[in-house]
Design a protein. Structure first.
Length: 124
């Protein structure tokens, strides 16, 4: 059975809406979802200043901006980042840099993002 649901959204709300759609599977708290959305925004808009610069969405500047935007303490941000890493949404390390798992970054084709869920049903 195929089902198709279509919804128009503003481009600036893409990451927030994308997380809302996936959150049935991800089971993130509201704050974890908010942090993930902001990290997705940082990841999508990241541009290197130097050719040798490594992508790190959890740089000191990014963390400070996240804490200021969300009014989250340093300790709580660390807890949320840990959860996102455990769930496989955030990848990397301090040496190679941190980034959003590409599988969870929405990819727009001709102004459309498609999300496909495949459920393998087992007989018990």
């Amino acid at each position: 059975m195929k089902s198709h649901y279509r919804k128009k959204i503003q481009k600036k709300k893409l990451h927030k809406e994308f997380i809302r759609i996936l959150n049935g599977l991800l089971q993130l708290t509201d704050r974890e979802a908010e942090v993930l959305q902001l990290l997705m925004d940082i990841d999508a808009n990241w541009k290197p200043l130097l050719d040798t610069e490594v992508k790190n969405i959890l740089s000191t500047d990014s963390r400070r901006a996240l804490m200021k935007e969300t009014l989250i303490s340093k300790n709580n941000l660390a807890k949320y980042v840990h959860t996102l890493k455990e769930k496989g949404l955030l990848m990397g390390d301090n040496v190679s840099g941190h980034y959003i798992n590409p599988m969870f970054m929405p990819k727009a084709t001709s102004g459309i993002v498609e999300v496909v869920f495949s459920l393998d049903i087992e007989d018990n």
